[in-house]
Design a protein around this ligand. Sequence first.
Ligand code: SAM
Length: 361
Amino acid sequence: MPLPLTTDRRRTGAARALIDRLSAEGRLPVDDLETLIRTATDADRAYAREAAVAVAHENFGNRVFVRGLIEFSNHCRQDCFYCGIRKSNRETERYRLDAEQILACCAAGHALGYRTFVLQSGEDSRYTTEVLVDIIGRIRATYPDCAITLSVGERGRSAYQAFFDAGANRFLLRHETATADHYARLHPAGQTLATRMECLRTLKDIGFQTGAGFMVGSPFQTVGDLARDLAFLAELRPHMVGMGPFLPQHSTPFRDEQAGDVDLTLFLLSLVRLMLPTVLLPSTTALGTARSGGREAGILAGANVIMLNLSPTDLRPKYLLYDNKPVSGDIAEMTQAARASLGALGYEIVVDRGDHPEVAR
Ligand code: SAM
């Protein structure tokens, strides 16, 4: 007769069964996702991690894609309570890069093997559709071998379409939280989850490789909210998922809130990899900021992308989304250091656009 299971072992059996079902079916009901997140033990998380790394290997081998991030403006018309470049933050010294400066960042990155440029900014209306189309067009003409990713927030369909037609390939717009009430506690009235969702669906419809995502441990977040985030990703099936811990910034309304949990973030990365086997999944800067070695831990949890900062060194401290964001460092040295630290784990940073496998085919 088998020995009776202890509560822990019985729970572990249940969590593993849910992890297996998530892998097999690519989705789980919200209640099951909530149970899984709430009850998984360290051993269950290790089980998910090993499975996620195996899935990443099946799809990408030991290849890690590197993206060059260009933070081209920190002006923002939005007022997200968590974000250091929110409109109401009077401490932030504002800056903008012009097309020539952005192209200079691309040139430095291209010489180092970067084949994706991520143009990120606050929601800055000075970069009209025409201005951005011109910048995208010039990058596209100069670097036909590279992918262009935009992360410029909410715009209308015609603007998104114009960016796509000008040569942008990918768009990152985190949904931040898939729970409307929670969204309303992270943003002022006027910023709504419905608008975010509409933008994400439009981006996908236009043909962008589209990225959604959320912060782990943002204020007021519940396990149910995280379960709804995963369920939303399962339904949207984005090409990219950006996910990192919430980190407080000293001049925002959330300055005194607790940072998100790194181990929970790693577990959720593994679950996303199991749910969306071919997704482009960055091990985020926030993860590397929250814990030394966090970026490597993200790759060892199933992530397959890293982003390094091509922005001019003197401007990086002004793009302070959260405290302790790394701002110093020569890009050639940072690239070499990332190659070495991931190389030591058996991974190779490749010179490649790193498109989503469906698009690459
Ligand atoms: N304005 C664009 C947008 O909203 O998509 C792009 C820039 S926005 C600053 C990029 C991402 O930074 C946000 O989607 C958010 O998830 C993340 N972020 C902002 N503040 C953060 C914080 N305090 N901790 C962790 N991540 C944060």
